[in-house]
Design a protein around this ligand. Structure first.
Ligand SMILES: Cc1cc2nc3c(=O)[nH]c(=O)nc-3n(C[C@H](O)[C@H](O)[C@H](O)COP(=O)(O)O)c2cc1C
Length: 320
């Protein structure tokens, strides 16, 4: 039987969580995932755009069934946006990349569960000491921002360190039921997926970018910082962003100092490419799990398929 520690906290059926991908995971995606028995999170991201946040929270409709994720270092600078989210009373908030303490304390006072995404064992211990109710152990295979440890060794190490206190979810490189069954085998209670849901019908992504994920191989991704620099985001150096390899990252990753001198011409060029759906130049922000994504589907079908595949894997292993 599937572990129930996580699902009991957020009251969902399947321990399959759609990541709060900033500006990608809107209210419709989160609601569709939760309606299918998973748990959907709206991607509050940098929380720069209050109107976007308000609209997507409206689209999520029943806030008691979904969560909202923040990029912690950015959200700390926009406390009014955090307050707006907490007033809507989501089932949980998720904090990634930064000190969770101040926002976690606010959420706890409001009786809202706190999910913290971490990249090392030390970060997991720290987050639990600051009130995390759930830990997401994110391996370097993940799409978007992350660090250096791979999922396979990181997840059991985090389970060993904090799994007796809180449930642990595995993230990074997981896109199907085999990955969920593997996460269970490592001692995790469930999984959190970004790249798979990037190619969901409801994801707020240009159709051409979704098609890239379907056709590209997981080996065609790389970590770097040029994509942050060109978008005007000042990330702590310990975190890089994984994207598909394209002309832009091939030219500029590792040459961020040179890019910094060219921003006046390169920034508008990049913004125009993103607007036009030119993904040889604009980034497709996904991880190595792209190699497992072969179709664009409604989010609910993704949840149901992963749940069924994982049950089949467990049944197959049981008769060996
Ligand atoms: C397009 C994209 C945007 C992301 N944005 C965020 C974000 O705003 N906040 C966050 O906590 N994680 C973000 N992530 C990382 C996810 O939370 C998660 O760790 C990752 O997607 C898991 O790995 P996977 O992509 O292999 O499924 C993002 C991931 C992707 C693919």
């Amino acid at each position: 039987m599937a572990p129930r520690r996580f699902t009991d906290i957020v009251h969902c059926r399947h321990p399959i969580v759609a990541a709060p991908m900033g500006a990608v995971s809107g209210g419709r995606l989160a609601a569709a995932v939760s309606a299918a028995g998973g748990f959907g999170l709206v991607g509050g991201g940098y929380t720069r755009d209050r109107a976007w946040l308000e609209r997507e929270l409206d689209l999520a409709r029943d806030m008691a069934k979904v969560g909202v994720g923040f990029i912690t270092w950015s959200a700390a600078a926009q406390p009014d946006h955090v307050d707006l989210v907490l007033e809507r009373r989501p089932k949980a908030i998720m904090l990634s990349f930064g000190d969770p303490a101040p926002i976690a304390a606010k959420a706890q006072r409001a009786g809202i569960a706190v999910i913290c995404q971490v990249q090392t064992v030390a970060m997991a211990r720290d987050a639990v000491s600051k009130g995390a109710d759930v830990i997401v152990a994110q391996g370097t295979e993940a799409g978007g921002h992350g660090a250096a440890c791979a999922t396979l060794p990181l997840v059991p190490a985090v389970v060993d360190a904090v799994g007796d206190k809180v449930p642990v979810l595995a993230a990074g490189g997981i896109a199907d039921g085999r990955g969920l069954a593997a996460a269970w085998a490592l001692g995790a209670d469930g999984v959190l997926l970004g790249t798979r849901f990037y190619a969901a019908d409801e994801a707020l992504v240009h159709p051409a970018a979704k098609q890239k994920v379907v056709t590209e191989d997981g080996a065609a991704t790389v970590r770097g910082s040029a994509v942050d620099l060109i978008r005007g985001y000042h990330w702590p150096a310990s975190f890089t962003i994984r994207t598909l390899v394209n002309d832009f990252v091939q030219r500029w990753n590792g040459r961020e100092d040179d890019l910094a001198r060219e921003l006046a011409t390169e920034m508008p060029r990049y913004a125009a490419a993103a607007e036009a759906g030119d993904f040889d130049h604009a980034a497709v922000i996904v991880g190595e799990a792209a190699g497992l994504v072969h179709d664009v589907l409604p989010a609910g079908d993704i949840v149901r398929r992963i749940a069924q595949e994982a049950a089949d894997v467990v049944a197959r292993l049981a008769v060996r």
